[in-house]
Design a protein around this ligand. Structure first.
Ligand code: PRE
Length: 293
């Protein structure tokens, strides 16, 4: 009996202590989460900056891309959302939304990391809170200037969207463009993470890359940084992820029908084959060309 009341007392004291520390713990976790979100992808991942750790980060980005496409596929194409004359201010709803959201995000410290590149960088406001300049820690300072967002914007709206949305117009323009922006940011972040890949490849073998950089030999650089087997694996994996993440799950045991997918898994491997990997390589080449300056 005595034993029980002692341990009960100890437990009660522990609970009181925990209660007192809980707000501090929550503050710490919040701060940790905020600061780690400001760290470059590879460090936030596992504190290492190697080809493997950077590739791991690219693999995680695949999940974000697949889920963002699934969300966008809930709405039909919704052409009026992309009509520059619809609002009467010269911008389509999509562009107006992206410009406004980027401006707000810049104020709270986004676009400080090399992989976070705005689509409309001109006249972005400065961040309000002090932010950590991660780009100077690991990458060449010129990396900030490398962007292929114009190409991403173009292929996303003109070629990719019609491949995974149904034809039609349901009037849900606000939700539609908000989903578009999530897709665009996920794709852009993945592609601009190529800056880290290039940096690791260069630091692993400067003797291979330096001559091609000095002679501005883009083809040679492209050759050096291309791994066909890795690209094949990436295509297969993203298709598999799309298959797994986007299938309609049913509890009906008698359901012997064909599996339904929210997006066509082949569209995702096509996205990687035609745009994501080629543009990642462009980012790598452009980064390397600046690496010795
Ligand atoms: O993993 C690499 O080495 C990369 O450079 C990334 C990537 C890709 O975009 O997935 C690009 C080029 C390579 O040929 C293989 C894969």
């Amino acid at each position: 009996m005595k034993k029980i009341s002692k341990s009960f007392l100890a437990a009660a004291m522990l609970e009181t202590k925990l209660k007192a520390f809980l707000p501090l713990l929550i503050q710490h976790l919040f701060l940790y989460h905020y600061l780690s979100s400001l760290l470059p992808i590879s460090m936030a991942c596992n504190n290492k900056f190697t080809l493997d750790s950077v590739r791991d980060a690219l693999i995680r980005e695949e999940d974000s891309i697949v889920f963002s496409l699934i969300e966008r596929a809930r709405f039909p194409y919704n052409a009026p959302a992309y009509d520059p004359s619809f609002l009467g201010n010269g911008f389509s709803i999509a562009e107006f939304y992206v410009r406004g959201t980027e401006s707000l995000q810049a104020k709270i410290g986004r676009y400080q990391k090399p992989e976070d590149v705005p689509f409309f960088p001109k006249d972005l406001p400065s961040p309000l809170p002090p932010t950590k300049d991660s780009q100077k820690v690991l990458l060449h300072p010129a990396s900030a200037s490398v962007t292929v967002n114009e190409a991403i914007w173009k292929f996303y709206f003109t070629e990719l969207l019609p491949l995974f949305t149904t034809k039609g117009n349901d009037g849900n323009y606000a939700s539609t463009v908000a989903s578009d922006f999530v897709c665009l940011q996920a794709i852009s972040r993945r592609i601009h993470s190529g800056k880290y890949v290039a940096e690791v490849k260069f630091t692993d073998a400067p003797q291979d890359y330096s001559p091609a950089i000095s002679s501005k030999d883009r083809d040679k650089l492209m050759d050096l940084l291309t791994f066909v087997a890795v690209e094949e694996a990436v295509k297969k994996r993203v298709e598999k992820k799309a298959r797994l993440f986007s299938q309609n799950v049913t509890l009906d045991e008698n359901d012997s029908g064909k599996t339904q997918y929210k997006i066509n898994p082949l569209v995702v491997s096509h996205l990687y084959d035609k745009w994501v990997m080629p543009l990642t390589k462009v980012v790598e080449v452009e980064y390397l060309l600046l690496r010795l300056s």
